[in-house]
Ligand binder design. Structure first.
Ligand SMILES: Nc1ncnc2c1ncn2[C@@H]1O[C@H](COP(=O)(O)OP(=O)(O)O)[C@@H](O)[C@H]1O
Ligand SMILES: [Mg+2]
Length: 361
C-alpha cells in the first residue's frame, strides 16, 4: 500500500513504494511502508536490516532491528545485548553503531573472557611508559582507540570483580586513567556490552556488581535463540548458501523441500553461528546443485540430547521421562536454571513453568 500524501513536512508525495524483488518482499514492503510514514529518512537503503547483514523474517529479529534503530539515535546511551552464544549479539551491536551518528568513527570489540584480568585492564585503558616492567612506551587502550565511536565489551559477565569496579567508574565519569597514569583522559564513546549469561543471576550469586549491572542495562536488547525465531532459518540458510556458492564459485542453487524441513526441525543449539558453519560444510562437501537432506550433518556433540535415562522403562509416560530428564539436567548444572535451559534447548521461562508444573522448585 502507498500513501500518496506528504508526510512529516515532506514536499514530495510518497507514491514510490518500490516492490522488492527478493523473497522477503512481502514483509519488507509492509515494514517499508510503515517506516515511510513514521520516519521518511529511513528510506535510505543502507540503513535497512539486510544492508546491515541482518537476515531473517521473524518478528523477533524485526524488533531487535527496531530497538537498534531507536537506541542508535541516542549516541551516548549504554546498551546491554543479551542472548545465547551465536544469536547475533555482535551483529546487533555493529548495527547500532552503523545506524548511529558515530558510524564514521571506530567500532572496537573486546572479548572480556579471552584475556586475563591484569592484561585486560591495560588492554582496555592503556598504560603509561614505565607503568610496569616492560612498559617501554605509552600504549593507547581499547577505550581510547574507540574515541568518538563505539566500544563493544563482549562477554562482560566474565569480567573479574576488580575490573568491574574500574569499568563502573569509567562509565560514570566518562573518563579514564591509563595504567600508571595521573592525568585523566576524557572519553566520548558509546559502550555496548554483550553477555550470554543471565546477569541478574550473577548479581544474585554475587559474581557481578549490581551497580554495574544497572549502569550497563540502560537499554536492553534481547535476542532470542534461533529455535524460537519462526521464519529465520530458511532465509538465513539460503543467504549463507548463496554467499558460500559465490565464494567457492560452485553451482549451488538451493535446498530441496526435505532439506529445508530438516533445517527447520533441528533445534540449533549453537544458533546462527552453527547454522552458518553447517551451511559452509554443506557448500564444501555437496556436489550440488541442489542440497538434499542427506547432505546435512548436524554436530552430534552439541546436538539435542538423545540419551534419556537408561533406566527408564517402557511404562513411563512422556511427562515422567521429561520430569526425570529436567531433574537430572538441573542437578548436572548445580541448579543453574539458565544453563539447564540452554542444555535442554528450551527458554528459561519454559523451564521455570516446567519446574513449577513438576514441583521441582
Ligand atoms: N540475523 C543474522 N543474519 C545474518 N547473519 C547473522 C545473523 N545473526 C548472526 N549472524 C552471523 O552468525 C555469526 C554469529 O553471530 P554473532 O553476532 O557473532 O553472535 P554472538 O555475538 O551472539 O555470539 C556471525 O557470523 C554473524 O554474522
Ligand atoms: Mg559474540
Amino acid at each position: 500500500m502507498c500513501f500518496p500524501f506528504p508526510v512529516q513536512g515532506e514536499s514530495t508525495p510518497l507514491t514510490e513504494c518500490k516492490v522488492r524483488p527478493s523473497d522477503q518482499s512481502h514483509r519488507m514492503s509492509r515494514i517499508e511502508t510503515t517506516r515511510q510514514v513514521m520516519a521518511p529518512e529511513l528510506r535510505d537503503r543502507s540503513q535497512e536490516p539486510a544492508a546491515l547483514g541482518m537476515i531473517g523474517e521473524s518478528a523477533a529479529l524485526a524488533s531487535v532491528y527496531e530497538r537498534a534503530r531507536l537506541v542508535a539515535q541516542a549516541p551516548n546511551t549504554t546498551v546491554l545485548i543479551v542472548g545465547e552464544s551465536g544469536v547475533g549479539k555482535e551483529l546487533a551491536a555493529r548495527a547500532v553503531h552503523a545506524l548511529s551518528a558515530r558510524r564514521d568513527a571506530p567500532f572496537v570489540a573486546v572479548n572480556c573472557a579471552a584475556i586475563n584480568e591484569s592484561l585486560l585492564e591495560s588492554e582496555l585503558f592503556g598504560y603509561e611508559r614505565g607503568a610496569f616492567t616492560g612498559a617501554s612506551q605509552r600504549k593507547i587502550g581499547i577505550f581510547e582507540a574507540a574515541q568518538h565511536g563505539t566500544i563493544l565489551l563482549d562477554e562482560v559477565g566474565e569480567m573479574g570483580p576488580g575490573l568491574q569496579a574500574k569499568l563502573l567508574r569509567v562509565l560514570q565519569e566518562r573518563r579514564l586513567y591509563r595504567v600508571g597514569g595521573v592525568r585523566p583522559v576524557e572519553l566520548d564513546v558509546r559502550v555496548i556490552a554483550c553477555t550470554n549469561r543471565d546477569l541478574r543471576l550473577s548479581v544474585q550469586e554475587g559474581s557481578f556488581r549490581q551497580d554495574l549491572f544497572y549502569r550497563l542495562n540502560v537499554v536492553q536488547i534481547e535476542i532470542p535463540p534461533l529455535r524460537e525465531r519462526e521464519g529465520d532459518v530458511v532465509p538465513l540458510a539460503k543467504a549463507f548458501l548463496g554467499q558460500f556458492a559465490e565464494e567457492m564459485r560452485k553451482d549451488l542453487r538451493g535446498f530441496s523441500r526435505a532439506a529445508l524441513e530438516r533445517l527447520i526441525d533441528y533445534p540449533w543449539p549453537g544458533n546462527v553461528r552453527e547454522l552458518r558453519n553447517t551451511i559452509e560444510r554443506v557448500a564444501v562437501l555437496t556436489p550440488g546443485p541442489v542440497v538434499g537432506p542427506e547432505d546435512l550433518q548436524f554436530s552430534p556433540v552439541f546436538g539435542p540430547q538423545q540419551d534419556l535415562d537408561p533406566s527408564a522403562s517402557d511404562e513411563q509416560t512422556l511427562a515422567e521421562v521429561e520430569r526425570a530428564h529436567i531433574t537430572r539436567t538441573l542437578s548436572d548444572c548445580h541448579g543453574n536454571k539458565s544453563r539447564a535451559a540452554r542444555l535442554l534447548g528450551i527458554h528459561r521461562t519454559t523451564l521455570a513453568k516446567k519446574i513449577e508444573e513438576y514441583g521441582l522448585g
